[in-house]
Write a protein that binds this ligand. Structure first.
Ligand code: SAM
Ligand code: SF4
Ligand code: SF4
Length: 334
């Protein structure tokens, strides 16, 4: 099993199955940068399920045990449960999960569960219907996302996690409401610091609210105890409500970077391997694959790239690095 240049193993893989999305979240795909005629990847450039499954086998040989399906919006990819089934059949894969905006979840949760999906994370930044439509820049009503969350819980995609990006002046007034809502429903809420991902995010340091400040606010209302980290590579600082109402987590990638435990690789929908969320360049595995490379060549290419990996962007972040060109978030999926 290869270790990278900082002695980190490869354990988890994020597979982006499409670069398209039915939302235009202001911090990810702002509508002015992603208009209706935006040149998304043509269909022929997107990896087929068979190609994804073949690569997944090679990744497991190098240490990957967990796969998260993401996007763009992964539920826009036709017949996603069929991919889940194919990946489930891969020896060495312990768990397949999905990150979604939830708009199409109610209609898909049951089939995904039956196909072998373990859990789902739904991104949700607000409980206010008007604010929801403004932040996500969508006509999809909030109620549909809430229905998707309830359906996922109903079919046993348990525990459903909720990802909430907090921005000062945008939704920070809802932190306690969101925590109270999730606590009462058995949902594992995770607050994510606003990151300078992609080139479209319009990131500003003064919009970042530290995970620690949010933890303190919640702790003052509902006392919390830290949950010991159970593995290297864990990104959320988990905390348990002292009154037994479950957990809440803080993903503090800006103020408390966790690069030294980062064991994640990312594959974009067009088959490029990225070894960091903030990478500028990826390795073109699709080119190799479609050029006729055999498994041994592909495996050696992935292993070689991982062995050279020195990424630790969040440890090196400055105002200047925020301006560097990076892979867009909708290509590698968070
Ligand atoms: N469309 C799916 C969704 O929204 O869940 C999957 C892809 S989305 C890029 C994955 C995650 O990235 C979402 O939870 C989203 O909130 C998060 N994200 C996007 N831009 C971000 C930013 N600038 N800072 C922090 N998180 C961000
Ligand atoms: Fe789409 Fe997810 Fe990005 Fe929002 S965060 S625009 S839902 S890919
Ligand atoms: Fe991993 Fe890069 Fe994020 Fe650090 S900045 S945790 S290396 S993805």
């Amino acid at each position: 099993m290869p270790l990278d240049a900082l002695q980190r193993p490869l354990r988890s893989l994020r597979l982006s199955v499409t670069d398209r999305c039915n939302f235009r979240c202001t911090y990810c795909m702002p509508a002015e940068r992603f208009p209706p005629d935006y040149p998304f990847l043509p269909r022929e450039d997107i990896l087929h399920f068979e190609e994804l499954a073949r690569l997944a086998v090679l990744f497991t040989r190098l240490g990957v045990e967990k796969i998260r399906l993401t996007g763009g919006e992964p539920l826009l990819r036709k017949d996603l449960p069929a991919l889940v089934k194919m990946l489930r059949a891969t020896e060495g894969i312990r768990e397949i999960t999905l990150t979604t905006n939830g708009a199409l979840l109610a209609g898909h949760a049951k089939a995904l569960k039956e196909a072998g999906l373990a859990r789902v994370t739904v991104s949700l930044d607000t409980l206010d219907p008007a604010r929801f439509q403004a932040v996500s820049d969508t006509s999809v009503p909030l109620a549909l996302v809430l229905e998707g969350i309830a359906e996922a819980q109903g079919v046993g995609l348990h525990p459903v996690k909720i990802n909430c990006v907090v921005q000062a002046g945008v939704n920070d007034d809802e932190v306690l409401d969101l925590a109270g809502w999730a606590r009462g429903r058995g949902l594992a809420l995770r607050f994510i610091e606003f990151m300078d991902v992609g080139s479209a995010a319009g990131w500003r340091l003064d919009r970042v609210l530290s995970g620690e400040s949010l933890r303190a606010r919640i702790h003052a209302r509902w006392p919390l105890d830290p949950v010991p980290q159970d593995r290297l590579g864990q990104v959320a600082f988990r905390h348990r409500y002292r009154d037994g109402a479950g957990e809440v987590g803080f993903i503090s990638s800006v103020t408390e970077p966790f690069c030294l435990g980062c064991d994640r690789a990312r594959l974009s929908a067009d088959g490029h391997l990225y070894t960091c969320l903030f990478a500028g360049e990826g390795l073109d595995l699709k080119g190799l694959l479609r050029g006729g490379a055999g498994d041994a060549t592909l495996e050696a290419a992935i292993a070689g790239r991982w062995a050279r990996r020195e990424d630790r962007y969040s440890l090196l972040r400055t105002e200047a690095t925020a301006a560097l060109p990076k892979v867009p978030m909708h290509r590698v999926g968070g």
